[in-house]
Structure formats: structure tokens, C-alpha cells
Ligand binder design. Sequence first.
Ligand code: IMP
Ligand code: MG
Length: 168
Amino acid sequence: MKVLIPHEEIVDICKTIGNQLTKKFAGKNPIVSCVLKGAAPFHSELMKHLDMQIEADYIQVKSYVGTQSTGKINIKKDLDFDIAGRDVIIVEDIVDTGTTLSCLKTELEKRNPNSLTFVALLDKPSRRKIEFEADFVGKVIEDLFVVGFGLDYNEQYRNLKDIYILEN
Ligand code: IMP
Ligand code: MG
């Protein structure tokens, strides 16, 4: 497999986004939620670069697209925190068709948070089926299937420290 993003670059991305979030949420106490499982390494690294009081949380979802373009979401593991009135940062590994995060956004908005901010390590805009734009993106990539640093292919490769292009 070929390395697309070496670990050092991933850490730099986390520092940059961490600094931007630290400025944006100065004096606030956001809930920083990881979308399991893929975003776990990114969430852990990003949190090291958040210089403020935060609360970590975790959510696991599965999205479906039915006949309606909005799609539906199945929450396999919900947030522990009540997010009403809170500032919430959702941390995801990659935005592909946009289904997962647009469905998650619709679901979480119903809970009346004070603000919702979406952060994605990677973005493949050319694959979008549902309009969705994350507020912070680490790196825009082409239409390639990538693995490592949390990203899997059939649950494999999540443990790799770099991000690779999966070639078959
Ligand atoms: P979306 O709902 O189509 O935007 O897809 C988001 C999910 O698809 C991500 O959370 C990943 O789990 C998975 N995914 C999309 N592209 C890739 C990839 O290149 N490698 C690994 N997982 C991917
Ligand atoms: Mg995944």
C-alpha cells in the first residue's frame, strides 16, 4: 500500500484545527464528540491540541438512504451528555457521500444544542450525494479509498499510524 498522508502530517493537521477550535470556543466548554469507530484516533490526537475545558463524548451511528434524499440514521451508541444548550463539536474521520453527517446533523439539531460544529479529518467532495459541508476539514482528497489512522476496510487497518491508499 502507498502512504497518502504520513503520521507527522496528520499531527500537523490536528494542531492546526486544534488551534482554530481553541480560538473559536475560547471561554466556552464544548462537548467534543467522536463518531465511532473511524474517528477515534483523530479525536484522541485532536483533543491534545484543544487548549480549553472540554468534555469528551462518543456516538456510533449507521446511516441509510431510503427513498427520501434526507436519509435515516440508526444510533448504535448514543451520546452520554444531554446537549441541549451546549456547544457541540462532532469529530468524524471522512466525509464521503455526506449521508452520515447530514443525517446526524438533522438528528442532533432536534436536541437544541447552542451550536453544532462538524470537523472531518478528510473530505472527498467529488463523492457527495447529499449536500454537506464540514466546518473544519483537515485535507481534501480525490476519489480514493483510504485506510489507516482509524479508517478501515472491512474493519482492517484501523491501527496503522499513517493513511494509505488501498490498492486491490
Ligand atoms: P458518508 O456517509 O458516505 O459520508 O460516509 C462516511 C463514512 O464512510 C465514513 O465515516 C467512513 O466510515 C466511510 N468511508 C468513506 N470513505 C472511506 C474511505 O476512503 N476509507 C474508509 N472509510 C471510508
Ligand atoms: Mg467507517
